[in-house]
Design a binder for this molecule. Structure first.
Ligand code: ZN
Ligand code: ZN
Ligand code: ZN
Length: 388
């Protein structure tokens, strides 16, 4: 075992670009300390966190390993350890993890990596594993502990759901970046082009405006707009179409944007204008309902009740929103039945939609952050049906 601190950062032959800016080491040390407390509170002996959003949250790691076990082990008592294949250690030293002084337990092919991960814990430790851990690690770990592990989400939810000032700033930058993409929509979204051509231009713009990746692009024209899961197709956009554009991706250090606006190319038909106006009111009512102490389900009800009053409830076929951060979809979910009280620092989407199968659809989506007395919207483009 060796500490990663001071480990030589040269890896044989492979040139690696230095990692983009992450948070300060103290931020990660504090997160690990609080994760250990929550582990203790949950009556567990340790969290075992594989590469994915939880690992990125806790130590800033971008590691993407699969069959070779990489795991951050946070015991309820004692120091965190990083279990990692020896051949991954050089790249580890190049990442933020190298600055944290975490004890590294390295292993080579043939070693019992799962046993190593549990070393130092009680004989039959109660552990929780991160959602993103592959079954090929969960099952061997279960065989070692003699029990099915719990999910670390339940433990880490409390931490990841409440964003600190630096995280909110990152989400704010992501929101502004995707707003700039929507602002340029008229450059690409025109009748006669295919959804795929438009999506390609949007993809470039998402990168140009500061994202590291175009994580998802929905261009739903005409009847495709009525399918909330449509991405884009070779359909040629027509002048009479309503077009749903739902786009986003991560900005450094990994926090996501996600914003939907709906476009058209001339005066919409009267029935479309009426339904859209109701949707607009529903989205505004839901945002206006956001403040600390209110159950998440109340925000969903605010949008749904408004649409029900206009006989449109049957056309709103999904939850009102989802938390966002290092994952595009995370807790808290803004859905009927989720009565978790909102707290300052929570960030989530407010995205009601109306869908008319075979004809058209519309959605309006902003990311909001709960403040002490309401919320801050991170997306600030006009909410009207935007005529290009
Ligand atoms: Zn979206
Ligand atoms: Zn969304
Ligand atoms: Zn979504």
């Amino acid at each position: 075992m060796a500490s990663a601190t001071g480990t030589s950062a040269t890896s044989s032959g492979t040139a690696r670009t230095s990692a983009p800016p992450l948070f300060a080491a103290d931020v990660y040390r504090d997160r690990m300390r609080r994760a250990a407390e929550l582990t203790r509170d949950a009556g567990l002996d340790a969290l075992v966190v594989a590469p994915g959003p939880d690992l990125r949250y806790l130590v800033g790691s971008r590691a993407e390993t699969f069959e070779r076990l990489t795991a951050l082990v946070i015991p309820a008592a004692g120091e965190p350890r990083l279990v990692i294949a020896r051949l991954e250690v050089p790249s580890l030293a190049m990442s933020a993890v190298g600055d944290l002084g975490i004890e590294v337990a390295d292993w080579v092919d043939g070693d019992d990596a799962h046993g190593l991960a549990l070393a130092g814990l009680t004989a039959r430790p109660r552990i929780a594993v991160s959602d993103s851990m592959p079954a090929l690690h969960v099952i061997p770990l279960s065989e070692h502990t003699g029990a099915t592990p719990q999910l670390a989400t339940a433990v880490l939810r409390e931490l990841r759901m409440i964003k600190d000032a630096a995280e909110i700033d990152a989400l704010r930058r992501a929101g502004a970046a995707i707003d700039r993409v929507h602002a340029r929509m008229g450059d690409w979204l025109t009748p006669g082009r295919t959804e795929r051509e438009v999506a390609a231009d949007i993809s470039r713009a998402i990168l140009d405006e500061g994202h590291t990746e175009a994580a998802f692009i929905i261009v739903g024209s005409g009847p495709n707009g009525a399918d909330p899961h449509h991405e884009f197709s070779d359909r040629v956009i027509e002048r009479s179409d309503i077009v749903v554009v739902d786009i986003g991706g991560p900005v450094e250090p990994g926090y996501n944007s996600d914003s939907t606006r709906t476009y058209c190319f001339g005066e919409p038909q009267a029935d479309i204008a009426t339904a859209y106006a109701a949707l607009h009111e529903a989205q505004r009512a839901a945002v206006a309902a956001v403040r600390p102490g209110v159950p998440a389900s109340t925000i969903d009800a605010a949008a749904r009740d408004l649409l029900r009053s206009r006989d449109l409830a049957d056309h709103f076929i999904h939850r009102t929103g989802h938390g966002i951060g290092l994952s595009v979809h995370e807790e808290p979910y803004i859905v009927d039945g989720n009565d978790i009280p909102l707290r300052a620092g929570m960030a989530f989407s407010v995205e009601p939609g109306v869908y008319f199968s075979g004809r058209w659809g519309a959605r309006i989506e902003d990311i909001v952050v709960v403040t002490d007395d309401g919320c801050e919207s991170l997306n600030n483009r006009p909410h009207e049906l935007i005529q290009l």
